[in-house]
Design a protein around this ligand. Structure first.
Ligand SMILES: [Zn+2]
Length: 57
């Protein structure tokens, strides 16, 4: 159990190429763009979760 057997991109779900992948914050990504989009998504969700549900009518 030294490494994951089926590693897929956290962002797009693609199988990862053995040589080209990014490992960031415990997640695997097939390319930098996937990592960045995933980071942006998480930050958006965080911001949404931290923001009180009071829509500015
Ligand atoms: Zn990807």
């Amino acid at each position: 159990m030294s490494r994951p057997t089926t590693t897929t991109c956290t962002s797009c779900g693609k199988r990862l190429n053995k040589k080209h992948w990014y490992y960031r914050n415990g997640q695997y990504y097939c390319k930098r763009a996937c990592w960045q989009s995933a980071v942006a998504k998480v930050q958006n969700e965080k911001a949404a979760a931290e923001t009180p549900a009071t829509p500015n009518a």
